[in-house]
Design a protein around this ligand. Structure first.
Ligand SMILES: [Zn+2]
Length: 378
């Protein structure tokens, strides 16, 4: 997938009173898969929202850092004090700064770090972006019900409160881009995202078949496949799981950015991590049927790939990317490195490195499948 914006983690973003979503919409700063839907929402285009990733042809514009932007706090969202979480899971609460802006919830095994008025947090070692963020009510810190039940708890205690699903048997692997849609390109290293995604998917497929899973691919060659067609493949074969493989990039002199980024579908009513306003914000999309397990899957993959590659954690994020929005089974999209960083791109060009990514993703799938089984045994 293509990022339009460098995300220098060292940059502190001034929190703006004006909703950044409006600014993003005005600047067209939406992620690749939401670009078409945003355009459609604004009446600029009548084409389907699942247009291919063509944003690399769009001229770059002045950009805004999305990661550390102001929180999209919904004051109408149900507020749940974090003490509820602490009591339920045996966690101790403690402020970690004299101004009472940052706090932790922890026990011997687990640690969660939050900041008031921020969407960014750390849950059990993973960098996670909340949908609504942390807010104070009467001096008491809390989360929205949606963030607590569909993001924090599924990572903290996978399976707790989650619905029972079928055992994982059929897995659809989606090699991002293909054919005329090259995805991101590192021109001087002659690397195309579409080639690397297909190769990685083939490696994952071989490992999954050896582990006894049924595997279906959305493409097996260098051909164009529309975004909406990809989740349809999963629907046709009654898949239990859909995983989309991509490699990342930022433009505009942000070549230093490296690391792993994982996306799952944004829950209904929340803004995605990039805060893009789209026509689906308040729509219950097919991908929302699996909000709980989407998080478990995304966190499991994110943890496994980060653990293997030891690269920076770009975060577990939410996005109404077409393949996630339309998926009827738990789904996640993982970007295991940046082609826009030459050092990382050279690693991604090595078959051995892609084999490591494949092994990590399979480990993440197996961990997710084990969580599904644990709930089934209850
Ligand atoms: Zn991509």
């Amino acid at each position: 997938m293509r990022r339009r914006r460098p995300e220098p983690s060292t940059v502190r973003v001034v929190r703006l009173a004006v909703p950044l979503a409006a600014i993003f919409a005005a600047l067209g700063l939406v992620s690749c898969s939401t670009a078409a839907s945003a355009a459609r929402a604004s009446g600029k285009s009548a084409t389907p929202s699942y247009a291919p990733h063509v944003q690399r042809f769009v001229p770059t514009r002045p950009q805004v850092v999305a990661d550390r932007a102001a929180p999209a706090l919904r004051h109408d969202a149900e507020f749940v004090p974090v003490s509820v979480l602490a009591t339920r899971f045996g966690l101790r609460f403690a402020w970690t700064d004299p101004d009472h802006r940052r706090f932790v919830l922890q026990n011997r095994a687990q640690r969660l770090e939050f900041e008031v008025d921020s969407r960014e947090c750390e849950i059990c070692g993973l960098r996670v972006f909340l949908g609504d963020g942390v807010r104070l009510e009467g001096g008491v810190p809390g989360l929205s019900r949606t963030d607590m039940d569909l993001l924090v708890i599924p990572i903290l205690r996978p399976g707790y409160g989650g619905p029972r699903l079928h055992s994982v048997h059929t897995i659809v692997l989606d090699a991002g881009h293909g054919g005329r849609d090259t995805g991101t390109v590192n021109t001087h290293l002659h690397l195309m995202e579409k080639t690397l995604t297909l190769d990685t998917v083939m490696r994952i497929k071989r490992l999954l078949l050896a582990a006894g899973y049924r595997v279906v691919l959305t493409r097996t060659s260098d051909r164009y496949v529309g975004l909406a067609e990809r989740p349809e493949v999963a629907e046709r074969c009654h898949a239990d799981l859909f995983i989309s493989i991509h490699f990342n990039s930022v433009v505009g002199g942000a070549g230093a950015v490296t690391g792993v980024e994982t996306f799952t579908m944004t829950p209904q009513g929340q803004l995605s991590t990039n805060q893009a306003v789209d026509q689906y914000v308040n729509v219950f999309n097919p991908g929302n049927a699996n909000n709980y397990w989407n998080t478990v899957l995304g966190a499991s993959l994110h943890r496994a790939v980060l653990g293997e590659l030891r690269t920076p954690d770009r975060g577990l994020k939410r996005g109404r990317l077409a393949v996630l929005r339309l998926a009827q089974c738990p789904a996640a999209l993982i970007e295991s490195g940046y082609l826009s960083n030459d050092t990382e791109a050279r690693r991604l060009a090595q078959p051995e490195y892609r084999e490591r990514i494949a092994h990590a993703i399979v480990a993440g799938i197996k961990a997710y499948a084990a969580d599904i089984e644990a709930v089934r045994r209850r």
